[in-house]
Design a protein around this ligand. Sequence first.
Ligand code: PHE
Length: 343
Amino acid sequence: MTTTLALVAELEQLGSEFDGVIAPLVDEQAIRAAQAQFLGKKGRVSEAMKALGKLPPADRPTVGAAANRVKDAITAAVDRKLGELVAAARAADLARTIDVTLPGRPHHSGHLHLLTQVRLEAQAIFAELGFAVAEGPQIETDWHTFEALAIPKDHPARDMQDTFYLSDEIVLRTHTSPVQIRTMQAQRPPIRIIAPGQVYRRDDDPTHSPMFTQIEGLCVDENISFADLKGTLVHFVSRFFGKSLAIRFRPSYFPFVEPGAEVDMACSFCEGRGCRVCKQTGWVEIGGSGMVDPDVFAHVDIDSERYTGFAFGMGLERMAMLRHGVNDIKYYYEGDLRFLGQF
Ligand code: PHE
């Protein structure tokens, strides 16, 4: 039969046994499990206390006090042990050597592609003149790309275009001029739009890529003249290159304009004196232009007796090349960060 003394001794024994149990433990979960094994509802302390009922009532407070001491001691041992673990983890962290004098690793942030930057700038400059941005599909109908622009199927001008045909009637657009047609189908004059976008031609050498970017311009209203075309382009190149550069027109033929002209600007590198970029001529070609042909107006039901308009198309890669001295069009598309990171 259990005596009071024996039970008190057993309880104290449990207390010291617990110290031995948790001493080797190194993680919180195991420590909590050990704690439950001793102090839980069915734990060893509770089991031992079952004998309490058989003791003389006068002795019970003594045993109860002993049980409380053991519980407090176990709880304190758990807290101490957990505290030690946290401290040990901290110390290990601090012991890891960090050379605070090492230079930091630079943080590389991305930026817009050069062509995107240049396109957004061009859009902003044309916006100053009231031109809105218009868009059209890159996979385009033969009709929008050619027919409506007065280039019928047997027209010799089709040979100039090096077209990728997807079917008899569907092409990859060879220029942004079909956006002129789409815009005039959708809205009535006054019209003032620019249409930047990718175009495709079967062409591939250091200054030509099978895909490149044009900016089309179209302005249709009453009393629009060639002088308006010139004023618009002069304003654009001056703002784009940040200095006033002369523009000259060379008579040329595009079926959808009459008269038509190729646009040259004074070489932005040598300002017209002659250098390698302009092949000593002082001029560089930047695009085609002209007054909208009445035939084109007829295709989109605009009265050519009342309205006139000008149109132009420029190569964006060319403009970016002239501004930043890029000498191979392929650099734009290769995605090489050594190139792209310069802008
Ligand atoms: N679309 C023509 C080309 O790509 C350029 C151009 C546009 C010419 C508008 C005149 C008017 O060659």
